[in-house]
Ligand binder design. Structure first.
Ligand code: DGT
Ligand code: CA
Ligand code: CA
Length: 575
């Protein structure tokens, strides 16, 4: 069975969860969590490396024991250590950890005191009022559990785009090798670059007699075949991701691609335009009476209703149809537009590579500048820099710049915004840097007014250039903090500060709607990798996807400018 890095990471996470519920050694738990992150973010598949007989790379935090486990997982699909732990604890208990407010201690208590070990049992116990009776829980906790169960049910099963990409790309490669296949494309929310996807919708065109359907259901990552037909099949992969495959005739390809790309709201609006012209639009084509007038390409479908092609990322019925009619569609930013990256970590704080390694990797991605922006001292767990260490790094950057060609290093910092809105390093230090990123890393729980005031105050600092991951969300794990984003955006505008679109797949923060807000208010966005290793520059593609969903063109993206054009923007001392 093929194993992706995401699968290895899932196994390590589950081991960490189970160890935590069992009350194991915290260092051991942390080792598994770090390993999960290392593997999950690693840019090449371990499977491929190991199968090719290559020496697997040495990742920090992955010693001999974890290395052996990776090898075991890749070659057998199993991890004996996990199987053993699972036998010791009730099945499904790790699901309980995902409920906000339930840590390992509480999960343990629920299991021991109430025999609650599944989400269904949790819900039942909460409804019956049993949870409030447990020591350390209370009525308020019980209420919160019920609330989060409702939210959880809604979000359950959505997969982050970067994870879905791993599954989609290998499946597509596999399908392309089927006899008679012509085109294979993933439609749906995946094509619209939504931050998470519910399932994959794949369209295929093929010559008559193609074996693609048989090949699809025989894919060795398939856990369950939900339906198998001549033109449509659905499966669930072992990872839990559902995949729908449709075989469409070539003359309907464009209409089907448009239909299954969605979104539903966009489709409905386009169909209305067709109806107004006396046309019928469905997944088979555009028809006048019985006669097909379009459908082979997406362009032909749009043209039939009087529109230019609308980029998939815009198809959310958020004004794209009106803009298309008026000839005012934005020219969306592309990956090739990015000239630099303003948020990069190295070994000096919690990154994995040296400055020079990061510089070379960025250059290989076609970037011509990066800002080295470590955490500041407050963030001790990341070995954040104090003024002395920062000064030494600045010297090192100057030395490296003298020797590097094709890429320029900017001196920066990701400075913590303290609870009162002051910054973790003094102005005398910040003023020596090219790029100052201000970032919230704690006290996510402040009430709206105080959170907003805190951030506005930080943006009043004359050295700040950029606000990192402005809403603090972690997809599926942490809601944005409660903050008045319109006021933040307007402050950024008045202070000529850029807002970050952090491209880490679990952040994508700013999100699409917030990008649109920044654009409307005239604030520049910087699409940054927040790279912690040389592989993370690859995540910029997800940042671009989100930016495109937020209607951004190159002109609205700060780091699409060459360094010479960016410099005046960064030099805020003149204001
Ligand atoms: P997801 O999978 O939840 O991330 O979101 P989508 O957008 O991929 O939705 P999905 O997989 O349910 O359906 C794929 C596309 O098919 C959807 O974006 C639009 C189209 N579609 C599905 N159901 C309907 C419908 O009832 N009416 C119309 N007009 N289009 C539909
Ligand atoms: Ca879908
Ligand atoms: Ca679907």
């Amino acid at each position: 069975m093929p194993v992706h890095n995401a699968d290895i990471a899932t196994i390590f996470e589950e081991i960490a969860d189970l160890l935590e519920i069992r009350g194991d050694n915290p260092f051991r738990i942390r080792a598994y969590r770090n390993a999960a992150r290392s593997v999950g973010e690693f840019g090449r598949e371990f499977k491929t490396l190991i199968e090719a007989g290559a020496e697997p790379p040495k990742l920090p935090g992955i010693g001999a024991d974890l290395s052996a486990k990776i090898h075991e997982i890749v070659t057998t699909g199993h991890c004996a250590a996990l199987d053993k732990l699972r036998k010791e604890l009730p099945p499904g208990i790790t699901e309980l950890l995902k409920v906000p407010g339930l840590g390992p201690k509480r999960v343990q208590a629920l299991d021991r005191e109430l025999g609650v070990a599944t989400l269904a049992q949790l819900k039942q116990a909460a409804r019956a009022g049993h949870i409030r009776e447990l020591a350390g829980f209370g009525a308020r906790t019980e209420e919160r559990i019920l609330e989060s169960l409702a939210v959880h049910a809604e979000q359950a099963q959505r997969v982050k785009l970067a994870v879905a990409t791993q599954y989609a790309e290998s499946l597509i490669e596999y399908l392309k090798r089927a006899r008679g296949v012509r085109l294979v494309v993933v439609a749906g929310s995946y094509r619209r670059m939504k931050d998470t996807v519910g399932d994959l919708d794949i369209l295929v065109t093929a010559r008559p007699g193609s074996t693609v359907m048989e090949r699809f259901v025989a894919y060795d990552e398939v856990r369950e075949v939900l339906a198998q037909g001549e033109t449509k099949s659905s499966v669930v992969l072992k990872s839990g991701l559902q995949v729908d495959l449709r075989l469409v005739p070539a003359e309907s390809y464009g209409a089907a691609l448009h239909y299954f790309t969605g979104s539903k709201a966009h489709n409905i609006a386009v169909r209305r335009l067709a109806q107004a012209r006396g046309l019928k639009l469905n997944e088979y084509g555009v028809f006048r009476g019985e006669r097909r007038v379009a459908g082979e390409t997406e362009e032909s479908v749009f043209a039939a209703v009087g529109l230019p092609l609308i980029a998939p990322e815009l198809r959310e019925d958020r004004g794209e149809i009106e803009a298309a009619r008026a000839g005012r569609l934005p020219q969306l930013v592309t990956l090739a537009d990015l000239r630099g990256d303003l948020h990069v970590h190295t070994k000096a704080s919690d990154g994995r590579n040296t400055i020079e390694e990061m510089a070379r990797a960025a250059r290989a991605q076609g970037l011509s500048y990066i800002a080295i922006t470590e955490h500041s001292r407050r963030l001790a767990v990341t070995r954040g820099l104090d003024p002395q260490r920062l000064a030494r790094q600045v010297d090192e950057i100057e030395r490296l710049n003298a020797g590097l060609t094709g890429i320029t290093l900017l001196k920066g910092i990701e400075v913590d915004i303290l609870e009162d809105g002051t910054l973790d390093l003094p102005d005398s230090v910040l003023r020596r840097l090219d790029v100052v990123i201000a970032a919230v890393h704690g006290r996510f729980d402040l009430p709206r007014r105080r959170q907003t005031e805190r951030i506005l105050r930080a943006l009043d600092n004359r050295h700040v250039n950029l606000l990192a991951h402005p809403t603090g969300r972690l997809i599926g794990a942490r809601e944005p903090y409660d903050v008045d984003m319109l006021r933040v955006v307007r402050k950024a505008k008045s202070r000529r500060i850029c807002l970050e679109l952090n491209a880490q797949p679990e952040r994508l923060d700013l999100d699409d709607v917030m990008c649109q807000m920044a654009r409307d208010e005239g604030v520049l966005v910087s699409i940054n990798s927040d790279a912690h290793s040389t592989f993370d520059f690859a995540n910029l593609r997800y940042g671009i996807g989100q930016a495109r969903r937020g209607w951004l063109g190159a002109a609205e993206v700060a780091n699409s400018r060459p360094l010479a054009a960016l410099k005046p923007l960064l030099n805020r001392d003149i204001t």
